[in-house]
Ligand binder design. Structure first.
Ligand SMILES: Cc1ncc(COP(=O)(O)O)c(C=O)c1O
Length: 484
């Protein structure tokens, strides 16, 4: 027991006057000063974990379609979709109505106690749109990271092997296991070790990951190099006998917005088959129509052993999951999977409505049209010969998951290739452009350790809204270019 006056490194400092005044509920008086009197954003700074970094200090109060309105009445054009989540726009009326109706039916239909009608109704719609007919057994959870953990658990359990191979540049989440699998930036794991063991990283076919490559390096060379690195990983770091699974984002997200060429995905499938290794495809960000198909992997024809989905599935309600063959999934003992909120009924009702909206409103047709519009605007800007246009090195992606990488400003002045390589590990332009966009009431995100911007508007964005976004982006880039 701690004696009066004794010191302890664990002792917590007495609350300062500026901290929230704790008021016993029974004697609550509205005249007592609390930090609720602070401006809303200031309250957030004071009482919300600092570990959550954020792009702006805006306080989001309402969302409708492609726009968010703040507590100060500022209307923001949202090109982030809340990091690829509100694919049908904020508060899609049909999705909100389905969730509201479910709230009045049953909100918590606990899955370790009985079957959830809302979950079963969702799966009847979801299973037919999954990218391979072998994916006929599903486990639903809440967040993307949880679903990644579920996939790892299943792979280890099913193969009785411990190790997982991830891609350099991958992002799979911030929990203990997923932070160890995330290789896009060290910040997610830094100072938090020891993280989950048994994780090995291999190269992804992205030119910035290879010293000698440029954006013009043929895709075939990048694919061959990455597949060679994987074979070496299996010979030098983790043998096939110890390797349960290879996991990848088919469009590298936080690592730079780079779609994997189909040949790479097919090469991975072959190596997995030859070595009795499972292939886990993480479509948390690239799934649910984002790339113009319901799932990006469809295009390659590759069968995932385990598919991971989240984000867009319920358009803002927390829902994630894995899909696999019944044969594989049933290797897990009853009770080994689950969770209090796993596959929450309200989120499931919202997700069912999401799938219906995709069909009814022909969302994929809009993705195709808006994607064409965005790519053509960006390509025109790149080839415009202007100072702003010349900053653009690469435009890539699929559907409305579009990445734009900048060249190093020094390179614009004709200096050596070294400058370009340095730029690749020190974003110079993207963060400034993001800030200029915010100054013009538009939300846009950068990504990766490279100098990359990502465009992920709601898939429902209209032609006029996208025109407006392109105009703001151009002005923002010009403002940055002027000062370089
Ligand atoms: C590809 C991918 N996997 C997993 C995750 C983690 O999802 P969550 O943030 O819901 O835990 C993310 C989140 O951005 C992601 O993009």
């Amino acid at each position: 027991m701690m004696r009066k006056g004794s010191s302890s490194a664990l002792r917590v400092a007495a609350p300062s006057a500026s901290r929230f005044t704790r008021v016993p509920l029974r004697s609550f008086s509205s005249t007592q000063p609390t930090s609720s009197d602070l401006d809303t954003a200031a309250f957030g700074e004071q009482h919300i974990a600092k570990g959550i970094g954020r792009l702006t200090k805006h306080v989001f109060e309402e969302g409708k379609g492609t726009f968010i309105t703040t507590d100060k009445g500022v209307k923001l054009l949202d090109l982030t979709s809340g990091i690829g989540v509100v694919n049908l726009g904020h508060c899609h009326p049909k999705v909100s109505a389905a969730a509201a109706a479910q709230c009045n039916k049953i909100t918590h239909a606990q899955v370790n106690i009985g079957f959830s009608a809302a979950q079963i109704a969702l799966l009847k719609e979801l299973i037919p749109i999954l990218p391979h007919k072998s994916l006929d057994s599903v486990f639903l959870w809440n967040s993307g990271a949880e679903a990644v953990e579920a996939a790892v658990k299943l792979a280890r359990n099913a193969t009785k092997k411990p190790n997982i191979i991830v891609m350099q540049g991958s992002y799979h989440g911030r929990t203990n296991a997923t932070a160890s699998m995330t290789r896009s930036k060290t910040i997610y794991g830094e100072g938090h070790g020891p993280l989950m063991g048994g994780v090995f990283a291999t190269a992804f076919p992205y030119y910035s990951q290879f010293g000698s490559a440029t954006k013009d390096t043929p895709k075939e060379d990048l694919v061959n190099e990455a597949l060679l690195q994987l074979k070496l990983t299996l010979q030098q770091q983790t043998s096939p006998a110890d390797t349960a699974a290879i996991i990848l984002e088919p469009v590298l997200g936080e690592g730079g917005y780079v779609p994997a060429p189909p040949e790479f995905l097919q090469g991975l499938r072959k190596i997995c088959d030859e070595n009795n290794i499972l292939l886990i495809v993480d479509e948390v960000q690239s799934g649910m129509g984002r790339t113009g198909q319901m799932f990006f992997i469809e295009e390659s024809g590759v069968r995932p052993d385990i598919l991971i989905f989240a984000k867009g599935i319920a358009n803002g309600f927390p829902l994630s999951g894995i899909a696999s063959s019944k044969e594989l999934m049933d290797l897990q003992k009853p009770g080994s999977m689950g969770g209090t909120y796993a596959g929450n009924a309200v989120a499931c009702a919202a997700a069912k409505a999401v799938i219906e909206v995709f069909r009814e409103e022909k969302i994929l047709d809009n993705v195709a049209a808006r994607s064409k519009q965005l790519f053509s605007f960006l390509q025109d800007l790149k080839s415009s010969g202007t100072k702003a246009g010349n900053l653009i090195e690469d435009i890539r992606g699929k559907g409305l998951m579009v990445g734009l990488q900048f060249a190093h400003p020094e390179l614009q002045r004709g200096s050596s290739n070294t400058a370009s390589k340095e730029a690749k590990v020190q974003p110079q332009i993207a963060p400034k452009v993001v800030q200029e966009c915010v100054n013009r009431d538009m939300l846009l995100l950068s990504t990766s350790v490279f100098d990359v911007l990502r465009f992920i508007p709601p898939l429902t964005i209209s032609e006029e809204e996208l025109d407006q976004a392109c105009k703001i982006f151009k002005e923002s880039l010009e403002a940055v270019a002027k000062d370089l």
